[in-house]
Design a protein around this ligand. Structure first.
Ligand code: SF4
Length: 505
């Protein structure tokens, strides 16, 4: 795979060099084992956008697995995400550029391999999410196309021939297996044999007969063999990619993209949050911030707000994180200056505040220095940059607090009882910090009708998880506004008194 700045004539160049089975070039099947890297030129733009789209699908899968969605829910959510970001149409589909779909799927898989091969943890998570995606697509595929795909790949198993089936040991072993499974039709199946280490899942579930290092797998379990093969190959190729990666280090176009993508698994998909869609019809004044913090801020911002109120001070990165958040919330620079001045109170003179702090606030608003429009920090940035020291308050509490401190804070700040914290702490332990934060959102917004698993909202079967503190606050405010509007719009109650209609609002 080569990257280029301009969009190349890919179909033409591939067509010239590869064996065409159809106009789909190297992609005759929907399913792909990704054995061969993309051979054509890829623009840097496609390199990144394709990978981000795939990451959206994988992030939803990972989130569903952590949140114990049922297999059917997982299937529906994944297919909905695939339809939106990574569609793969059947060979019979017409009027669709199937080549472009399959190329995107192929390239995005290889980009994520590059991004996630660097640590064992990232490799493990990618393998799990990719294998789940493959399983769902496999089950969803057309039967004939799936068989054609299986016929096209070289798998490490062989059909057990009639002669071998007559062997006394094998016959007795398969009979014992049939008795164990209580399935007398078991012996009528076709069997494949493969080294038993290739099918640990079937061995663990005692679904196969083992003999001389071979596992005898009935054809009805063939999908398990396929999934195991997919997983084994991916694990192996990820390790190979990790060894080859240092050679990419000098590429200053790709490394930042890969760094950015690999953070996506730690902090969810990079946020697209650009600002509130709704200004909620009010100007936020400095005096309103206490109330907003109490009702709508995520834990990172509540923590900064509470520290500021308690200590009457925040260190540099805390001030920066909080100021940019308030700016994106809709607090004007004038109100921000009033807010911070009051917050510091008598701990400093007006002179000191004006010289040292007011400038920084105005700088964050792009009114001083480089006059850059600094965006509010996303979860990804907060989670992965400027790790807080022991006396600092910025960062994400789900990542940067000790488990004991986090549990105490969840109880004290949001009143979340210990029994409800188990799932949150399990997500934190698995480093799924944004999922933990999403669960807190659900619990603290149950009063607005938010249910477990709904996150910040659902659209097209996919659940929005927390990826930006300002998105958290905006959604929280939306829910409050919706509830207020519903209360106002309640129909008038008609009461009849002695034949006269009296309307009560
Ligand atoms: S997950 Fe994001 S919004 Fe939630 S506390 Fe952490 S940084 Fe803040």
């Amino acid at each position: 795979m080569q990257t280029s700045r301009s969009r190349p004539s890919i179909r033409k160049s591939i067509g010239a060099s590869l064996d065409f089975k159809s106009d789909l070039g190297p992609y005759p099947h929907r399913l792909n084992f990704y054995d061969t890297p993309p051979q054509d030129d890829v623009t840097v733009e496609d390199f990144e956008t394709f990978a981000i789209d795939r990451l959206r699908v994988l992030a939803e899968i990972e989130s569903s697995l952590i949140r114990n969605r049922t297999p059917e829910e997982l299937r529906l959510v994944t297919l909905a995400q695939c339809k939106k970001y990574l569609p793969l149409s059947a060979n019979t589909a017409s009027g669709i550029d199937r080549f472009a779909e399959r190329r995107k799927d192929h390239i995005s898989h290889f980009v994520l391999r590059l991004a996630f091969c660097r640590s064992e943890e990232l490799r493990r998570r990618l393998v799990k999410a990719e294998t789940t995606l493959f399983k769902i697509r496999y089950a969803d595929d057309d039967t004939r196309e799936r068989q054609e795909f299986l016929d096209s790949i070289k798998l490490n198993w062989e059909k057990v021939d009639d002669e071998e089936m007559k062997d006394a040991h094998i016959k007795a072993g398969l009979q014992a297996q049939a008795d164990y499974l209580k399935r007398q039709d078991y012996l009528t199946d076709t069997f494949y044999k493969t080294p038993w280490t290739q099918v640990p899942e079937l061995v663990e579930r005692r679904r196969v007969f083992l003999w001389n290092g071979w596992a005898y797998v009935p054809s009805r379990e063939q999908s398990t063999l396929v999934f195991q093969e997919f997983q084994t190959r991916l694990e192996h190729t990820l390790e190979m990619t990790a060894k080859a990666l240092p050679r990419l280090d000098e590429d200053d176009r790709l490394m930042p993209v890969l760094e950015h993508l690999s953070r996506g698994f730690l902090a969810g998909v990079p946020s697209e949050y650009v600002g509130p869609e709704d200004d909620f019809g009010e100007t936020i004044t400095a005096d309103m911030i206490d109330d907003l913090a109490l009702k709508h801020f995520p834990l990172c911002m509540r923590n900064l707000h509470d520290r500021l109120r308690k200590d009457r001070h925040l260190k540099h990165f805390g001030r920066l994180q909080y100021t940019l958040f308030l700016k994106a919330l809709g607090v004007s620079v004038e109100e921000a200056v009033v807010f911070w001045r009051k917050a510091y109170g008598g701990t400093m003179t007006d002179d000191k505040f004006n010289k040292e702090y007011k400038y920084n606030i105005r700088h964050s608003y792009g009114l001083e220095g480089k006059r850059a429009n600094y965006p509010a920090k996303s979860c990804q940035t907060i989670l992965t940059s400027n790790q807080p020291g022991p006396t600092e308050s910025h960062g994400c509490p789900f990542r940067h607090f000790s488990p004991d401190n986090l549990q105490l804070t969840l109880s004290a700040t949001f009143g979340i009882p210990a029994a409800e914290q188990t799932e949150i702490m399990a997500a934190v332990k698995g480093q799924h910090y944004h999922i933990a934060c999403t669960r807190v959102f659900e619990l603290t917004h149950a009063k607005y009708g938010v249910k477990k698993g709904e996150g910040l909202g659902t659209a097209n079967g996919a659940t929005e998880t927390v990826s930006h503190p300002n998105r958290y606050a905006a959604r929280s405010r939306e829910l409050e506004k919706e509830k207020l509007e519903k209360t106002k719009a309640k129909p008038a109650v008609e009461v009849k008194l002695d034949g006269e209609d009296v309307v009560m609002a």
